[in-house]
Design a protein around this ligand. Structure first.
Ligand SMILES: C[S@@+](CC[C@H](N)C(=O)[O-])C[C@H]1O[C@@H](n2cnc3c(N)ncnc32)[C@H](O)[C@@H]1O
Length: 347
């Protein structure tokens, strides 16, 4: 049981951009930041947790695939009547007479027969009647959020919103050096989070290319080190990090023979032998050798997050190198490419 000062039940509204990564990323952030938690319930795009102090700050400051979150208020069956009933039974004392606004949204097309505008209106009326607080839909002291999803209706007080616009502002094409095959900054951030590196720790991307993962790691306050076999990438990566005023150690080298002693976490997107260069080498062979090197360089308990084409089966290669594979996610890119994304622990 999670207890202590600041412990509370929270709801996280996750992005629908991927079915499994948003939830894994949020939980990885809590582990990394040392926030205690227990999962209470999960629905499509909704995660409810009992968590220790600092969960909102940790997730709001790091996660790419959590949209917003805050104190869990109540759940209800997906009907206007049940929401009204549960709303009338909830504890609204935290409002302390201050203004509020209610906003109810629907995940995908769940319970289309329930009118979200009506739910919103009824909740506003009920809370106002119970507390005497005024409704302010422009700049309320509190936003009360409602979400209709596969598991029913959930209400929470909006305590934090992640700055997702900042990720779009860092899109690869807006950087001084661009090369095709760079992952979107949100995915890059999620990979770094899945590698569970803390501020001040050493984060390594051994196939760093233009530096997309290094930028995310450096923004989280890690000491970042990137390696690439192509000198053009090293120069371009340096330009890209400097563009954001970030520091990184970029080394011209080979991921199969890492020129560094140790790392606390590794996240990377290796070449797939398609668009990006493998310098004529076999992708599976490169990955196997890199996993052995990664296993050597990572401290015990350190995590590696990497992607590879599904047919290469990186989970098997990581196990052969001595890792314990904790998670596997799939990401379909197009008809002939599905990525397998693995999170492996150096046990
Ligand atoms: C998919 S790209 C990485 C893209 C990167 N995430 C970014 O933000 O630009 C793969 C990179 O691996 C590099 N590479 C290929 N073989 C390598 C090896 N053996 N060691 C290190 N880098 C290698 C390529 O030069 C390429 O830049």
């Amino acid at each position: 049981m999670v207890s202590g000062k600041g412990a509370q039940r929270i709801l996280l509204l996750l992005s629908g951009e991927h079915p499994t990564i948003p939830c894994s990323e949020a939980l990885a952030v809590l582990r990394t930041e040392g926030v205690e938690f227990e999962t209470v319930a999960r629905s499509n795009q909704v995660l409810i947790l009992d968590s220790g102090k600092g969960a909102g700050d940790a997730i709001g400051g790091r996660a790419a695939f959590t949209m917003e979150g805050g104190r869990f208020l109540f759940s209800a069956k997906p009907s206007v009547e049940d929401v009204e009933l549960r709303c009338s039974m909830a504890d609204w004392s935290f409002l302390e007479g201050r203004s509020f606004g209610v906003k109810v949204t629907r995940v995908r097309d769940y319970f289309m027969g329930v009118d979200t505008q009506k739910v919103q209106g009824e909740m506003g009326y009920s809370i106002k009647k119970q507390t005497g607080s005024s409704v302010n839909l422009r700049a309320p002291d509190f936003w009360i959020r409602g979400v209709l999803t596969d598991g029913g209706f959930f209400a929470f007080s909006l305590d934090f919103t992640t700055d997702r616009k900042a990720f779009s502002a860092r899109r690869p094409r807006s950087r001084p050096y661009f090369h095709p095959g760079v992952l979107d900054p949100k995915i890059a951030r999620a990979f770094v989070n899945l590698a569970q590196v803390k501020r001040g720790e050493v984060f390594l991307d051994p196939f760093c290319g233009t530096g997309g993962f290094l930028i995310e790691g450096a923004l989280l306050g890690c000491q970042v080190c990137g390696i690439d076999l192509d000198m053009r990438m090293i120069k371009g990566g340096r330009q890209n990090l400097a563009h954001y005023g970030l520091e990184a150690d970029l080394i011209h080298g080979d991921a199969r023979d890492l020129p560094l002693e140790r790392a606390d976490g590794i996240a990377t997107d290796p070449p797939y032998g398609r668009g990006s260069s493998t310098m004529g080498e076999n992708t599976k062979g490169i990955l196997s050798e890199f996993f052995r090197e990664g296993h050597r360089a990572l401290d015990k308990g350190g995590y590696l997050c990497t992607a590879a084409p599904l047919e290469i089966n990186p989970a098997v290669l990581a196990k052969e190198a001595g890792f314990t594979v904790r998670e596997e996610h799939r990401m379909r890119v197009h008809k002939s490419l599905t990525r397998s994304i693995i999170v492996a622990e150096r046990t």
